[in-house]
Design a protein. Structure first.
Length: 280
């Protein structure tokens, strides 16, 4: 926002960051977790968290064992690449004495965290340092890549995650139940999603000519594990849904107002044309 005037027209899709940070602080103080670690995504929000929020935590008696950022990664990174760039961070974090670790991340950060905890199973770290309490920010979403679908979910047990408010949307579940490859043939996204979610090749593609499993189109979204796809609307999706709803209503109100003014203006012209000379 360049000015306070522009901020008036901003609709926030995500709840107040300040309230979440205050909630994390109160959580740490309540359980007397005053010796903590912090891992954050090195972007604008992560840097603001480290530079502006953590000093406030310190003022309330929170001390930091470490403050480290996640390596830069993309969705196109392969599994070996993900392991390689995260192994040093994993060894460092798991070798520290802080029990509570605040993870300030984004939607895809959970994928990296799962890799870190998977690596722990294959490296020698003193048992007393493996038990961590992960405190996850609401921006993170529980999701998996294709190669993580068969991994155990034990890592999430004992973790504390802040959540974005969500409500049940009437008809959403029924809508998902009817989705299949033939639902929207012009929608290129559903084909890519189907391939990744169900681990199969699309009919008529070069991959389908190999020995890979071919999608039948009869797969059901409800059969997918929750870590791959949730049948209920998540907090992030609900925020987007609400934002679109607000924009739609705003546009409807704007066009209704324009139409009303045009009708009044046209009515005024007709009235003037029908006036008699003595009425002027």
């Amino acid at each position: 926002m360049n000015s306070k005037n522009e901020a008036i027209f901003l609709y926030k899709m995500f709840p107040s960051w300040a309230n979440q940070y205050m909630g994390i602080l109160k959580l740490l103080l309540y359980f007397r977790w005053i010796w903590v670690g912090v891992i954050y995504v090195d972007n604008e929000h992560g840097q603001q968290f480290v530079q502006k929020v953590l000093p406030v935590f310190s003022e309330h008696g929170i001390c930091f064992d470490f403050i480290k950022n996640f390596p830069v990664m993309t969705f196109s990174s392969s599994f070996p690449e993900m392991v390689e760039v995260n192994i040093d961070l994993t060894i460092f974090v798991m070798g520290r004495t802080a029990t509570a670790v605040v993870v300030h991340g984004e939607i895809q950060t959970i994928i990296i965290l799962r890799i870190m905890l998977r690596v722990v199973e294959f490296i020698e770290i003193p048992m007393r340092t493996k038990g961590k309490i992960w405190i996850l920010t609401a921006q993170m979403d529980f999701t998996s890549t294709e190669f993580q679908r068969s991994w155990d979910l034990d890592f999430i047990h004992g973790a504390l995650s802040f959540a974005v408010h969500s409500r049940e949307v009437l008809g959403f579940d029924q809508f998902l139940q009817t989705r299949d490859l033939a639902s929207d043939k012009e929608d290129g996204f559903i084909g890519d999603f189907w391939k990744q979610a169900f681990g199969c090749s699309l009919p008529g593609t070069t991959e389908a000519t190999n020995d890979e499993k071919v999608c039948t189109g009869e797969e059901k979204l409800g059969s997918l594990p929750g870590s791959v796809f949730e049948m209920s609307m998540t907090g992030h999706s609900y925020s987007i849904y609400t934002a679109v709803y607000v924009v739609a209503h705003a546009l409807h109100a704007m066009y209704s107002s324009i139409l009303k003014h045009r009708t009044l203006a046209d009515g005024g012209r007709k009235k003037l044309l029908n006036q008699q000379p003595w009425q002027e």
